[in-house]
Design a protein around this ligand. Sequence first.
Ligand SMILES: [Zn+2]
Length: 357
Amino acid sequence: MFAIFLTPSFILDLQDHELEAAISQAITLDQILTKRENYFAGTKLRSGDRLVNILIVPGHDDESTGAGYKGLREVDLNRELAQNLYTYLSKESGMNVVLASDNRGYSPIFKKYFVRDKKKIETFIIKSKKSFSRKMRNEEVGLGDTTAHNTATNDVVFKLYGINRWASTQKFDLVIHVHFNDYPGRAWNKPGDEVGFSIYTPGKFLENHEISKQFADSIFKELKKVRPVSTLETEKDGVIENHQLIALGSNQTLTAGSVLIEYGYIYEEIFSDPEYRSIAFDTLAYSTYSGIKKLLNEKPIEKKYEIISVTENKTTPNNLKWQYQKALAGMYPPLNKSLIDCPATGYFGECSRGVGK
Ligand SMILES: [Zn+2]
C-alpha cells in the first residue's frame, strides 16, 4: 500500500534548524488538547497548531531483528501489530500518523533522513549526552533503573536517537514503540515461564516524563482488559519508568510523550498461528488506539466482531473473537478470575462457560 507514507507537506518542508545541545520543552497534555479544540473548531491555524502528530515505531529492523522463537522474528510481529494500530489511528480526523517502518523496511522519510542528516544526528547524540550528564551531576541524582534490555549496537543507537531528533524537530506529540518481549535464559526452542504485557515510560528526571506517564496509564487501562499484566517480577506494576531506554528519550532527546509497549512474550501461543495472531493483534491495536482516544477525552469507535458461533470444548478463531468481545465489555474473564487463570486463547471451556453466552 502506497498510502502508508503519505505525509502532509508541512513535515517535509519544515526547516531543518540546528537543535540546542539537548532538547527541552516537553509537550504537555494541555497543548495536545488545545490542538484538538482548534481542529474541531475549524480554526484556520498552521497545521502544526491543529493536528496531533503521532509516530508509530515498530521495534527493530532487518539488520537487527530483535527476539526470535521457532521461526518468528520479533521485527515482523512488531511491524504487523504497528500496521494494525496505524489503520485504526489513520481513520481519525485531525491526526497525522506516521509509521516509521513496515515489511519493506524504514519509510522513505527515515531512509533519506538517516543518510542526509548523519553528521547532525551524531553531533546531537554527543551533545545531548554531555548536557544531560552535566544536569544530573548538578542535581546530584543517580538514575537507579537499569532494567535489563538487550544492549543496542552502534547502528541501532544511531537510528533510535535519530528518530528522537526527527520527532522532536517535527514537533511530534506522541511516539509509540511496538515490541515483544523475551525471557532471558530460556532454552531457544522452549517457551519461557513469563507471560503478559508491560509499558515502559520515561523516568522522572526526563522532561517528557509527565505527558508520557499520562499516555502510558491511559493505554494500560485499555490493554489490561484483553492481556494479562506481565508476570515478570520487575514488570508486575505494568507501567515501568526508565531513564536508559533511548526509545523513550534518554539523555533528554525527545519532547514527545513516549511509550515502549511490550505487548507480550514472543513464545506465547496466541502469537504463533497467523490466524489467531491476526485476531489478537487487531484487538491489541484497538485497545492501544482506545487508550489514545481516551487520553484525548474522546470516545473510541466501537469494536464489533462478526461472530458466527462459538464451539464448546474446542479452540476456534470465533471463540477467540467471542472472548475478546466479552473482555472489551468487561465480562471476561469471569468473576474472581484473572487473564492468567483464564487466558484468551480461543478455547471455550470452564472459563468461557463461567461468563455465559
Ligand atoms: Zn524488542
